[in-house]
Design a protein. Structure first.
Length: 185
């Protein structure tokens, strides 16, 4: 159903080796989580594989996609630079591969979340945060174990870690992420 080799080849031409390897790890983690939670594992693998397809786009490339799909220009704001790739990536995979809304939305929401989130979206979000073949951080190891027991508890911890990280830098969660956090508590 999906041409995995074509997707991998396409990613190799647009992503750094580091980012490509991250995508492979997220794909593997998403597949395992999908199996654990009874969802389509191949579809989860594909979503995990392409979740960062637009991560290394230039500002000019981002602007091109924003204009083409009439996305909010606010995405170009400095504080959104780390997450703009999610919105752009969702439209990119729709155009290039005609992926369905479930995959596109999981890409769109893998960085800041959404309220409410589907189980599939949660899997891609969590897989992105915990994918690591050789974790040394004790909190990451705990998250990796928890993800297979309680996905919502893992999602909550991931967002709490992000909130703490942002607050240490004088920033705050996006409003939708805060709403998701509040709902999980």
């Amino acid at each position: 159903m999906y041409n995995i080799e074509k997707l991998k080849n396409d990613l190799k031409t647009t992503l750094s080796e580091y980012r490509y390897n991250h995508c492979l790890m997220v794909a593997d983690e998403a597949k395992k989580l999908a199996i654990n939670y009874g969802l389509d594992s191949e579809k989860a693998y594909v979503a995990g594989l392409v979740h960062d397809i637009a991560k290394e786009y230039s500002d000019e490339e981002n602007l091109k996609w924003i204009q083409k799909y009439n996305l909010p220009k606010e995405l170009l704001a400095e504080h959104l630079k780390p997450v703009i790739h999610a919105d752009i990536g969702a439209v990119v995979v729709k155009e290039l591969y005609n992926f369905d809304d479930e995959i596109c939305n999981s890409i769109k929401y893998h960085s800041i979340g959404n309220y409410p989130m589907t189980l599939f979206e949660k899997i891609i979000f969590v897989a992105d945060k915990i994918a690591d073949n050789n974790p040394t951080d004790e909190s990451l190891i705990e998250l990796q174990k928890l993800a297979y027991i309680d996905l919502d508890a893992t999602l909550l911890k991931c967002i709490e870690y992000t909130k703490e990280y942002l607050e240490q830098r004088g920033a705050t969660l996006e409003p939708i992420t805060q709403k998701l956090l509040d709902s999980l508590k």
